[in-house]
Write a new protein. Structure first.
Length: 84
């Protein structure tokens, strides 16, 4: 029984860590980006295209240069995205 509980807790811990991990906007593909709040297919494609045209983002605030992303959306994304 202890092994089952330990396995369950380990699985739960790993799942929570993955769910809480911020998305790296310099490496995320379109599908991953659409999992972010307020980011649909068009905005995800715009992020990927902007990255191809201008290189890596230096910080999350650089998303403001992407068409369709404004200060309010960036505020929603702040805890969800990172650059590495």
């Amino acid at each position: 029984m202890k092994k089952i509980i330990a396995l369950f807790l380990t699985t739960l811990f790993l799942t929570v860590n993955v769910a809480l991990a911020a998305v790296n906007i310099n490496t995320a593909d379109k599908t991953t980006l659409t999992d972010l709040p307020g980011i649909g297919d068009k905005k995800a494609a715009a992020i990927v295209q902007y990255r191809k045209d201008h290189g890596e983002f230096k910080n999350p605030q650089d998303l403001l240069a992407v068409k369709g992303i404004g200060p309010k959306l960036l505020e929603k994304l702040a805890s969800e995205v990172t650059v590495k």
